[in-house]
Design a protein around this ligand. Structure first.
Ligand SMILES: [Zn+2]
Length: 154
């Protein structure tokens, strides 16, 4: 038995301790933001664990993949949460505006239908104002709703 590890097979290599400040098994490219998550499947136990965090060339050919630190992971997680919150807020605002416009439209229709035939051509100014308000806000509300859903929605 030899104590020289240079000639040992990969199976005989000692397990290198993971750095405490890096996310186990996660590396990324600083240029194109490609992210690789390595997992190790342990066949005997049927479990999955984190892979190593060794650097390797980016598959897009732009440089090395670097280990991700816990600080980077936390900052990206907070940024993702902020982005999702803003997206949800825009969607809720757009939906709230559409519901408000639907209520205005329904109320205008109810007022028009309740008026007797003899006065159907004469409408109160508040009804006309509400209908104008509806027409003025409708296109912007739908544009905001489509924008909240994403660029691929018509
Ligand atoms: Zn890259």
């Amino acid at each position: 038995m030899t104590t020289d590890l240079a000639g040992a097979s990969p199976v005989d290599q000692p397990v290198r301790p993971q750095r405490a400040d890096v996310v186990p098994g996660v590396v990324y490219c600083a240029r194109c933001h490609f992210r690789l998550v390595r997992k190790t499947l342990y066949m005997l136990s049927g479990t999955v664990g984190a892979g190593d965090s060794d650097t390797e060339p980016c598959p897009n050919g732009c440089g090395p993949l670097w280990p991700v630190t816990w600080e980077q992971e936390a900052r990206e997680g907070y940024k993702c949460a902020d982005d999702l919150f803003e997206r949800a807020k825009r969607a809720e605002d757009a939906l709230r505006e559409l519901v408000a416009l639907k209520d205005i439209k329904d109320e205008c229709l109810r007022v028009r239908q309740r008026r007797p035939q003899s006065v159907t051509r004469i409408f109160p100014q508040d009804l006309l104002d509400a209908e104008a308000d509806y027409r003025n806000r409708k296109d912007a509300a739908w544009a905001a709703a489509r924008a909240a859903l994403g660029p691929n929605v018509l």
